[in-house]
Write a protein that binds this ligand. Sequence first.
Ligand SMILES: CC(C)(COP(=O)(O)OP(=O)(O)OC[C@H]1O[C@@H](n2cnc3c(N)ncnc32)[C@H](O)[C@@H]1OP(=O)(O)O)[C@@H](O)C(=O)NCCC(=O)NCCS
Length: 260
Amino acid sequence: MIAWRWRGNRSPPNARASNRSPPNARATNRSPHNARASNRSLHNARASNPSPRNARIYFSSQIMAIVNRNAMADTPIYSPELLEEIDFEKEHLATYDPPISLTNPGPNLKLRPLQLSDYNKGYMDLLLSALYMQDSAVTQQEFKERWDKMKASGGSYYITVIEDTSTQKIIGNAVLHVEYKLLQSSFRRGRIEDIAVLEGYRLKQLAKLLIDVTTILCKKVGCFRVSLYCKDRVIPLYQKFGFYIDKAENLMWLDKMKLQ
Ligand SMILES: CC(C)(COP(=O)(O)OP(=O)(O)OC[C@H]1O[C@@H](n2cnc3c(N)ncnc32)[C@H](O)[C@@H]1OP(=O)(O)O)[C@@H](O)C(=O)NCCC(=O)NCCS
Protein backbone atom coordinates (compact mmCIF):
# COMPACT_ATOMS: atom_id res chain seq x y z
CA MET A 1 0.00 0.00 0.00
CA ILE A 2 1.40 3.39 -0.96
CA ALA A 3 0.97 6.20 1.56
CA TRP A 4 0.47 9.55 -0.18
CA ARG A 5 1.93 12.49 1.70
CA TRP A 6 3.02 15.97 0.76
CA ARG A 7 6.61 16.68 1.75
CA GLY A 8 7.46 19.93 3.51
CA ASN A 9 5.08 22.91 3.79
CA ARG A 10 4.37 23.31 0.11
CA SER A 11 0.75 23.17 -0.93
CA PRO A 12 -0.27 20.64 -3.60
CA PRO A 13 0.16 21.55 -7.30
CA ASN A 14 -3.53 22.25 -7.90
CA ALA A 15 -3.64 24.65 -4.99
CA ARG A 16 -0.47 26.38 -6.20
CA ALA A 17 -1.84 26.67 -9.73
CA SER A 18 -5.26 27.98 -8.66
CA ASN A 19 -3.70 30.48 -6.23
CA ARG A 20 -2.17 32.20 -9.19
CA SER A 21 -5.49 33.01 -10.89
CA PRO A 22 -7.01 36.49 -10.39
CA PRO A 23 -9.33 36.99 -7.36
CA ASN A 24 -12.52 36.96 -9.44
CA ALA A 25 -11.63 33.74 -11.10
CA ARG A 26 -10.96 32.21 -7.68
CA ALA A 27 -14.38 33.37 -6.43
CA THR A 28 -16.27 31.92 -9.41
CA ASN A 29 -14.32 28.68 -9.35
CA ARG A 30 -15.67 27.67 -5.97
CA SER A 31 -18.60 25.46 -7.08
CA PRO A 32 -17.84 21.73 -7.45
CA HIS A 33 -18.80 21.92 -11.13
CA ASN A 34 -16.37 24.77 -11.77
CA ALA A 35 -13.72 23.03 -9.72
CA ARG A 36 -14.09 19.92 -11.84
CA ALA A 37 -14.11 21.93 -15.06
CA SER A 38 -11.00 23.85 -14.03
CA ASN A 39 -9.28 20.64 -12.97
CA ARG A 40 -10.13 19.19 -16.36
CA SER A 41 -8.73 22.17 -18.26
CA LEU A 42 -5.66 22.17 -16.01
CA HIS A 43 -5.25 18.46 -16.70
CA ASN A 44 -5.62 19.04 -20.48
CA ALA A 45 -3.21 21.95 -20.40
CA ARG A 46 -0.65 19.86 -18.53
CA ALA A 47 -1.07 16.91 -20.81
CA SER A 48 -0.65 19.05 -23.93
CA ASN A 49 2.16 21.23 -22.53
CA PRO A 50 4.96 18.80 -21.74
CA SER A 51 7.18 21.11 -19.63
CA PRO A 52 9.14 19.08 -17.03
CA ARG A 53 7.00 20.56 -14.24
CA ASN A 54 3.70 19.83 -16.00
CA ALA A 55 4.89 16.36 -16.90
CA ARG A 56 5.73 15.72 -13.24
CA ILE A 57 2.31 16.94 -12.08
CA TYR A 58 0.54 15.05 -14.86
CA PHE A 59 2.25 11.76 -14.03
CA SER A 60 1.72 12.14 -10.27
CA SER A 61 -2.00 12.68 -10.90
CA GLN A 62 -2.04 9.54 -13.03
CA ILE A 63 -0.26 7.58 -10.29
CA MET A 64 -2.79 8.86 -7.73
CA ALA A 65 -5.64 7.71 -9.97
CA ILE A 66 -4.11 4.22 -10.11
CA VAL A 67 -3.49 4.18 -6.35
CA ASN A 68 -7.12 5.21 -5.72
CA ARG A 69 -8.43 2.57 -8.13
CA ASN A 70 -6.38 -0.13 -6.40
CA ALA A 71 -7.36 1.05 -2.92
CA MET A 72 -11.01 0.77 -3.96
CA ALA A 73 -10.45 -2.61 -5.56
CA ASP A 74 -8.95 -3.96 -2.37
CA THR A 75 -11.74 -2.85 -0.05
CA PRO A 76 -12.63 -5.78 2.23
CA ILE A 77 -16.30 -6.74 2.67
CA TYR A 78 -15.83 -6.47 6.47
CA SER A 79 -13.10 -5.12 8.72
CA PRO A 80 -10.05 -7.46 8.89
CA GLU A 81 -9.69 -6.29 12.50
CA LEU A 82 -12.57 -8.62 13.41
CA LEU A 83 -10.37 -11.57 12.42
CA GLU A 84 -7.28 -10.09 14.08
CA GLU A 85 -9.19 -9.85 17.37
CA ILE A 86 -10.04 -13.58 17.39
CA ASP A 87 -8.10 -15.68 19.87
CA PHE A 88 -8.37 -18.82 17.75
CA GLU A 89 -6.50 -21.07 20.17
CA LYS A 90 -9.06 -20.24 22.85
CA GLU A 91 -12.22 -19.99 20.76
CA HIS A 92 -12.06 -22.73 18.12
CA LEU A 93 -14.64 -25.52 18.29
CA ALA A 94 -13.24 -28.24 15.99
CA THR A 95 -10.08 -30.30 16.42
CA TYR A 96 -7.27 -30.11 13.86
CA ASP A 97 -4.82 -32.87 13.11
CA PRO A 98 -2.31 -31.78 11.89
CA PRO A 99 -2.84 -28.44 13.58
CA ILE A 100 -3.88 -25.47 11.43
CA SER A 101 -5.36 -22.15 12.52
CA LEU A 102 -6.84 -18.86 11.37
CA THR A 103 -3.39 -17.29 11.05
CA ASN A 104 -1.76 -20.46 9.75
CA PRO A 105 -4.17 -22.30 7.41
CA GLY A 106 -1.36 -24.03 5.53
CA PRO A 107 1.60 -23.29 3.25
CA ASN A 108 0.93 -20.24 1.04
CA LEU A 109 -2.64 -19.98 2.31
CA LYS A 110 -4.16 -16.84 3.78
CA LEU A 111 -7.56 -16.54 5.45
CA ARG A 112 -9.12 -13.07 5.17
CA PRO A 113 -12.31 -11.15 4.32
CA LEU A 114 -13.42 -11.20 0.67
CA GLN A 115 -12.14 -8.23 -1.34
CA LEU A 116 -13.71 -6.63 -4.39
CA SER A 117 -10.61 -7.50 -6.45
CA ASP A 118 -11.15 -11.22 -5.70
CA TYR A 119 -13.38 -11.32 -8.76
CA ASN A 120 -10.08 -11.39 -10.67
CA LYS A 121 -8.68 -14.13 -8.42
CA GLY A 122 -11.08 -16.84 -9.54
CA TYR A 123 -13.72 -16.21 -6.85
CA MET A 124 -16.54 -16.90 -9.28
CA ASP A 125 -14.84 -20.08 -10.54
CA LEU A 126 -14.80 -21.41 -6.98
CA LEU A 127 -18.49 -20.66 -6.40
CA LEU A 128 -19.53 -21.98 -9.79
CA SER A 129 -17.50 -25.17 -9.59
CA ALA A 130 -18.48 -25.99 -6.00
CA LEU A 131 -21.95 -24.59 -5.48
CA TYR A 132 -23.76 -23.13 -8.43
CA MET A 133 -24.64 -23.85 -12.04
CA GLN A 134 -22.24 -22.51 -14.65
CA ASP A 135 -25.00 -20.33 -16.08
CA SER A 136 -25.20 -18.39 -12.79
CA ALA A 137 -21.98 -16.49 -13.62
CA VAL A 138 -22.07 -12.70 -13.25
CA THR A 139 -20.02 -10.08 -15.05
CA GLN A 140 -17.48 -7.97 -13.17
CA GLN A 141 -19.88 -5.03 -13.40
CA GLU A 142 -22.74 -7.06 -11.90
CA PHE A 143 -20.38 -8.34 -9.20
CA LYS A 144 -19.44 -4.76 -8.32
CA GLU A 145 -23.09 -3.64 -8.21
CA ARG A 146 -24.01 -6.51 -5.84
CA TRP A 147 -20.90 -5.86 -3.76
CA ASP A 148 -21.90 -2.19 -3.36
CA LYS A 149 -25.35 -3.23 -2.14
CA MET A 150 -23.85 -5.70 0.35
CA LYS A 151 -21.41 -3.08 1.66
CA ALA A 152 -24.18 -0.49 1.91
CA SER A 153 -26.21 -2.86 4.11
CA GLY A 154 -23.70 -2.03 6.89
CA GLY A 155 -22.73 -5.23 8.67
CA SER A 156 -24.99 -7.85 7.10
CA TYR A 157 -22.38 -9.74 5.06
CA TYR A 158 -19.26 -11.36 6.49
CA ILE A 159 -17.68 -13.28 3.64
CA THR A 160 -14.43 -15.04 4.50
CA VAL A 161 -12.13 -16.55 1.90
CA ILE A 162 -8.86 -18.46 1.73
CA GLU A 163 -6.37 -17.36 -0.93
CA ASP A 164 -3.53 -19.46 -2.26
CA THR A 165 -0.96 -16.66 -2.43
CA SER A 166 1.35 -18.69 -4.67
CA THR A 167 -1.27 -18.74 -7.44
CA GLN A 168 -3.35 -15.74 -6.29
CA LYS A 169 -6.49 -17.88 -6.48
CA ILE A 170 -9.37 -17.94 -4.02
CA ILE A 171 -9.75 -21.55 -2.95
CA GLY A 172 -12.13 -21.41 0.02
CA ASN A 173 -15.28 -19.49 0.88
CA ALA A 174 -17.74 -19.07 3.76
CA VAL A 175 -20.61 -16.60 4.08
CA LEU A 176 -22.18 -15.33 7.28
CA HIS A 177 -25.35 -13.41 6.52
CA VAL A 178 -26.68 -11.41 9.45
CA GLU A 179 -30.38 -10.55 9.47
CA TYR A 180 -31.84 -7.90 11.73
CA LYS A 181 -34.97 -8.76 13.70
CA LEU A 182 -37.46 -6.36 15.26
CA LEU A 183 -38.99 -8.61 17.88
CA GLN A 184 -36.18 -10.46 19.63
CA SER A 185 -34.29 -9.52 22.76
CA SER A 186 -31.08 -9.63 20.74
CA PHE A 187 -31.80 -8.52 17.22
CA ARG A 188 -29.20 -10.24 15.02
CA ARG A 189 -29.74 -13.68 13.51
CA GLY A 190 -27.01 -15.42 11.51
CA ARG A 191 -27.14 -17.76 8.53
CA ILE A 192 -24.08 -19.63 7.33
CA GLU A 193 -24.05 -20.20 3.59
CA ASP A 194 -21.87 -21.13 0.64
CA ILE A 195 -19.17 -23.15 2.37
CA ALA A 196 -16.93 -24.23 -0.48
CA VAL A 197 -13.39 -25.46 -1.00
CA LEU A 198 -11.87 -25.81 -4.45
CA GLU A 199 -11.13 -29.34 -5.65
CA GLY A 200 -7.43 -30.02 -5.16
CA TYR A 201 -7.54 -28.29 -1.76
CA ARG A 202 -10.15 -30.54 -0.17
CA LEU A 203 -9.69 -32.85 2.84
CA LYS A 204 -7.07 -30.50 4.29
CA GLN A 205 -9.48 -29.33 7.05
CA LEU A 206 -10.08 -26.01 5.31
CA ALA A 207 -13.89 -26.26 5.36
CA LYS A 208 -13.65 -27.02 9.08
CA LEU A 209 -11.45 -23.94 9.56
CA LEU A 210 -13.83 -21.70 7.59
CA ILE A 211 -16.87 -22.94 9.54
CA ASP A 212 -14.98 -22.48 12.81
CA VAL A 213 -13.97 -18.90 12.01
CA THR A 214 -17.46 -18.07 10.73
CA THR A 215 -19.07 -19.47 13.88
CA ILE A 216 -16.72 -17.36 16.02
CA LEU A 217 -17.66 -14.32 13.90
CA CYS A 218 -21.35 -15.02 14.66
CA LYS A 219 -20.55 -14.65 18.34
CA LYS A 220 -18.41 -11.56 17.81
CA VAL A 221 -21.06 -9.67 15.84
CA GLY A 222 -23.75 -10.54 18.40
CA CYS A 223 -25.96 -13.15 16.69
CA PHE A 224 -28.44 -14.71 19.11
CA ARG A 225 -29.06 -17.69 16.79
CA VAL A 226 -27.36 -19.16 13.75
CA SER A 227 -28.57 -21.76 11.29
CA LEU A 228 -27.70 -23.32 7.95
CA TYR A 229 -29.08 -25.89 5.62
CA CYS A 230 -27.06 -28.57 3.92
CA LYS A 231 -27.15 -31.88 2.06
CA ASP A 232 -27.31 -35.11 4.10
CA ARG A 233 -23.71 -36.04 3.27
CA VAL A 234 -22.23 -32.96 4.97
CA ILE A 235 -24.33 -33.15 8.14
CA PRO A 236 -21.44 -34.83 10.08
CA LEU A 237 -19.16 -31.92 9.12
CA TYR A 238 -21.48 -29.39 10.80
CA GLN A 239 -22.22 -31.65 13.75
CA LYS A 240 -18.56 -31.33 14.74
CA PHE A 241 -19.38 -27.73 15.71
CA GLY A 242 -22.55 -28.51 17.64
CA PHE A 243 -25.05 -27.84 14.84
CA TYR A 244 -28.08 -30.13 15.25
CA ILE A 245 -31.09 -30.96 13.13
CA ASP A 246 -34.28 -29.40 14.43
CA LYS A 247 -36.90 -31.98 13.54
CA ALA A 248 -39.64 -29.59 14.56
CA GLU A 249 -38.76 -27.28 11.69
CA ASN A 250 -39.02 -27.90 7.97
CA LEU A 251 -37.22 -26.07 5.21
CA MET A 252 -39.86 -25.05 2.69
CA TRP A 253 -39.43 -23.42 -0.68
CA LEU A 254 -41.99 -21.57 -2.73
CA ASP A 255 -42.39 -23.02 -6.21
CA LYS A 256 -40.17 -20.86 -8.43
CA MET A 257 -42.98 -20.46 -10.96
CA LYS A 258 -45.00 -18.54 -8.39
CA LEU A 259 -42.35 -15.84 -8.45
CA GLN A 260 -42.61 -15.28 -12.19
C1 LIG B 1 -17.97 -30.05 1.58
C2 LIG B 1 -16.63 -29.33 1.40
C3 LIG B 1 -16.87 -27.85 1.71
C4 LIG B 1 -15.63 -29.93 2.37
O1 LIG B 1 -14.40 -29.24 2.25
P1 LIG B 1 -13.03 -29.85 2.81
O2 LIG B 1 -12.08 -28.72 2.96
O3 LIG B 1 -12.60 -30.98 2.00
O4 LIG B 1 -13.48 -30.40 4.23
P2 LIG B 1 -12.50 -30.68 5.45
O5 LIG B 1 -11.18 -31.17 4.94
O6 LIG B 1 -12.48 -29.51 6.37
O7 LIG B 1 -13.23 -31.88 6.12
C5 LIG B 1 -13.80 -31.83 7.37
C6 LIG B 1 -14.53 -33.11 7.65
O8 LIG B 1 -15.63 -33.30 6.79
C7 LIG B 1 -15.50 -34.51 6.09
N1 LIG B 1 -15.89 -34.24 4.71
C8 LIG B 1 -15.25 -33.46 3.85
N2 LIG B 1 -15.91 -33.42 2.67
C9 LIG B 1 -16.96 -34.23 2.82
C10 LIG B 1 -18.01 -34.60 1.96
N3 LIG B 1 -18.09 -34.15 0.70
N4 LIG B 1 -18.92 -35.46 2.43
C11 LIG B 1 -18.85 -35.92 3.69
N5 LIG B 1 -17.89 -35.59 4.56
C12 LIG B 1 -16.96 -34.74 4.13
C13 LIG B 1 -14.04 -34.89 6.16
O9 LIG B 1 -13.88 -36.27 6.06
C14 LIG B 1 -13.62 -34.32 7.47
O10 LIG B 1 -13.94 -35.24 8.50
P3 LIG B 1 -12.88 -35.56 9.64
O11 LIG B 1 -12.56 -34.26 10.32
O12 LIG B 1 -13.60 -36.52 10.52
O13 LIG B 1 -11.71 -36.16 8.93
C15 LIG B 1 -16.08 -29.48 -0.04
O14 LIG B 1 -16.06 -30.85 -0.38
C16 LIG B 1 -16.89 -28.71 -1.08
O15 LIG B 1 -16.61 -27.55 -1.36
N6 LIG B 1 -17.90 -29.35 -1.66
C17 LIG B 1 -18.76 -28.71 -2.62
C18 LIG B 1 -19.63 -27.63 -1.98
C19 LIG B 1 -20.45 -28.16 -0.84
O16 LIG B 1 -21.03 -29.24 -0.89
N7 LIG B 1 -20.53 -27.35 0.22
C20 LIG B 1 -21.30 -27.63 1.38
C21 LIG B 1 -22.51 -26.79 1.29
S1 LIG B 1 -23.55 -27.11 2.67
